[in-house]
Design a protein. Structure first.
Length: 76
């Protein structure tokens, strides 16, 4: 069974480099259409139910604004 996860992004710290979007094998993240206070369009989880808690987005983030939580096994 696949792992189930949750991604939390601090939208105010995100500078919009989108390395996390490119690193996500499940296509959970996309560019937000709302600007943050720093003038960037941050990444946002648009398909959170598809997160497998792989941690790729966390590893790629140069600003350490992403947290990944493992929620257990996904049910079939």
């Amino acid at each position: 069974m696949a792992r189930k996860g949750k991604v939390v992004i601090d939208r105010e710290l995100c500078k919009g480099c989108y390395l996390c979007i490119r690193a996500c094998p499940s296509k959970v993240l996309e560019k937000d259409n709302k600007i943050n206070s720093g003038g960037s369009y941050p990444s946002v989880p648009v398909r959170p139910e598809d997160c497998i808690a792989c941690g790729n987005c966390y590893e790629m983030c140069p600003d350490v604004c992403i947290q990944v939580f493992e929620l257990g096994e996904a049910s079939a």
